[in-house]
Design a protein around this ligand. Structure first.
Ligand code: CP
Ligand code: NVA
Length: 302
């Protein structure tokens, strides 16, 4: 079993993982030897703070070991992806990879002999969505009936929230005037619509009024920073999305808590005042990534 996208995980698997994450947070000692002697290989084509540190600490807390591989310091960049993945499988029990392109992640999983976890590609960020569901469950006491409103660009995080929320009984409304092209996934949208839990609108004020959680993410994904067109595209997006910023004026229109996967870009998708307010639970989300990933690792490794 892999965790490439939540599209292939059942509602039961998602709910069980969230509950296991809560258990691990409440009583970490009980699980301290669960993965003794096991090794997690972490492969990064893109930068990371939370994903890298939460997986490494989580694996350590379970009694296992994590090794960090920067793509550019390995022969992955020279060799056939499937071959290198197969070899890496002989040194590790599970692989977590943050790849630029979803198709390369699939290629890596095809070559691997061990479970593969998506650590955020251009289309999905399933570990983030599972940690976020755990945060919603922790705050509300239950998932069913919660309403999360995602504001900004439709991207990898948004896709995984749509898949995760609709499978976990959480209503999700997106206010996304644009799609980040590599994240486009009509199949995901169709499936989500059929659940009756997913709605799309551009009426920000109406959506926000009925929200329990207001979620936003960067308007520009991290891989764009090295793109030659970055400055011009940033200027265009800042103008296009300015009306969708989460600021205090918007928060005054709702009792919702604010969520963000981080890193946040203060002054863009949300203001510093919002980020630093009591209403923002982004740091709890970041912590919960670690607990839920411990649950994912133990689940995938049986
Ligand atoms: N939210 C998240 O995945 O953060 P990093 O990019 O720092 O890993
Ligand atoms: N959408 C963001 C998520 C970062 C964790 C990105 O891909 O850069």
């Amino acid at each position: 079993m892999d965790l490439i996208t939540l599209k292939t995980w059942s509602s039961e698997e998602i709910l069980e993982t969230v509950e296991a994450g809560l258990l691990m947070k409440a009583d970490p000692k009980r699980f301290s030897g669960a993965l003794r002697g096991r090794t997690l290989a972490m492969l990064f084509q893109k930068p990371s703070t939370r994903t890298r540190c939460s997986f490494e600490t989580g694996m350590n807390q379970l009694g296992g070991h994590a090794m960090n591989l920067d793509w550019r310091a390995t022969n992955f960049q020279l060799a056939d992806l499937r071959d290198e993945a197969q070899v890496l499988s002989r040194y590790s029990d599970v692989i977590m990879a943050r790849m630029l392109n979803h198709c390369d992640l699939r290629e890596l999983a095809a070559g691997a002999e061990v479970p593969v976890i998506n650590g955020c590609c251009n289309r999905y960020h399933p570990c983030q969505a599972l940690g976020d569901l755990m945060t919603v469950r922790e705050i509300r006491g239950k998932l069913e009936g919660a309403h999360l409103v995602y504001v900004g660009i439709r991207n990898n995080v948004c896709n995984s929230l749509i898949a995760g929320c609709t499978k976990a009984g959480v209503r999700i409304t997106t206010v996304t005037p644009e799609v980040n092209k590599p994240s486009e996934d009509e199949d995901l949208t169709d499936r989500a619509r059929r659940t009756g839990l997913f709605r799309e609108t551009l009426d920000l004020e109406a959506a926000v009024a009925g929200a329990d959680f207001l979620y936003t993410d960067t308007w520009i994904d991290m891989e764009f920073f090295e793109d030659p067109a970055y400055e011009a595209e940033k200027k265009r997006r800042v103008e296009a999305f300015a009306a969708y910023q989460i600021n205090m004026d918007l928060l005054d229109k709702t009792g919702a808590l604010v969520m963000h996967c981080l890193p946040a870009h203060k002054g863009y998708e949300l203001t510093a005042e919002v980020m630093e307010s009591q209403r923002c639970v982004a740091v709890d989300q970041a912590e919960n990534r670690m607990h839920v990933q411990k649950a994912i690792l133990t689940q995938l490794l049986g």
